[in-house]
Design a protein around this ligand. Structure first.
Ligand SMILES: [Zn+2]
Ligand SMILES: [Zn+2]
Ligand SMILES: [Zn+2]
Length: 139
């Protein structure tokens, strides 16, 4: 998968810097939990990459523009990012430590239900649903 993403970027003529490759690997190895820019920076530092805040934000902007990562709203106002993988899903937030996990839904029917409550002034094109509770460590 990392290979496919990198190849697609290369084919479009973008440079594959060490930091860019690492970020994609971090997202891939972390595919069930969105991470914030701060967490991403910490992971890059742990991997010995020379990444300052500006680099991290610039890379996140770039990867978002390319449709590789998407912003996740987990309901606590913090910005987190995850790979733009196939498959609609929801998120769960730990109220104590702010950990966020992806929740896979086999058959989300919300979109269908929303059609029935479609407002006159809005055309609903999507939804996000957040659960909250306590993670394993915080229980
Ligand atoms: Zn927790
Ligand atoms: Zn997710
Ligand atoms: Zn849904």
């Amino acid at each position: 998968m990392a290979h496919q993403i990198l190849k697609a970027l290369k084919d479009k003529g973008f440079r594959l810097t060490k930091v860019r490759k690492l970020i994609i690997e971090i997202f891939l190895s972390n595919s069930a939990a969105p991470i914030s820019a701060v967490e991403l920076k910490a992971r890059l530092m742990a991997a010995d990459a020379d990444a300052n805040k500006t680099t991290v934000y610039r890379e996140l902007d770039f990867l978002s523009e390319q449709g590789i990562v998407v912003e996740v709203n987990a309901g606590d106002g913090k910005k987190r990012y995850e790979l733009n993988r196939d498959g609609h899903h929801h998120h769960i937030l730990c109220l104590r430590c702010s950990a966020v996990e992806c929740v896979t839904v086999d058959n989300c029917t919300l979109q269908e239900e929303l059609k029935r409550v479609d407002s006159k002034s809005f055309k609903i094109t999507g939804h996000s649903l957040n659960f909250f509770g306590l993670c394993e460590e915080c229980q």
